[in-house]
Design a protein around this ligand. Structure first.
Ligand code: GDP
Length: 131
């Protein structure tokens, strides 16, 4: 997901350019907005965290771009491309270093395992939307 902060700041094109230049193939993509319920479900793993309310508010405040990306070693390579959760700790040239403000508004989401990638793909897309 390209998160609401990055969309608000006009970074969709630049982020997609970095993603495709890094060799990822886009097999599904949509411009959409999460409802509160969607965000609570997507981030259910964090529901006991003190920042959960803030996270849901942030992720629902405007549109996002969601996509399914394909590549060898995609999870690891995408996490490397986006950088650390906290942009202050992200490596130079990563998406979060370039486009994120702080640990909360950090521009982009990437799945953290193949298993979660499959769950998150099914959360955002039906079979007919995946190419
Ligand atoms: P990720 O896998 O790198 O996205 O990191 P996590 O799974 O740990 O956290 C999920 C998302 O919750 C992050 O990408 C941030 O948007 C948000 N988040 C993480 N830590 C904090 C925090 O301390 N405060 C707030 N407000 N949001 C946070």
């Amino acid at each position: 997901m390209i998160k609401p902060d990055a969309v608000e700041n006009g970074h969709i094109g630049a982020i997609l350019e970095k993603i495709t230049a890094a060799g990822f193939k886009i097999v599904a993509m949509k411009y959409t907005q999460l409802s509160v319920r969607d965000a609570q479900e997507f981030y259910a793993i964090h529901k006991e965290r003190p920042f959960f309310g803030e996270l849901v508010e942030f992720m629902t405040r405007g549109p996002i771009v969601s996509a399914i990306l394909e590549k060898e070693n995609a999870v690891e390579d995408f996490r490397a491309l986006i950088g650390a959760t906290n942009p202050a700790e992200a490596a130079e040239g990563t998406v979060r270093k370039m486009f994120a403000k702080d640990i909360a508004e950090n521009a982009i989401h990437g799945s953290d395992s193949d298993e979660n990638a499959a769950i998150e793909s099914a959360f955002h897309f039906s079979g007919r939307e995946i190419f």
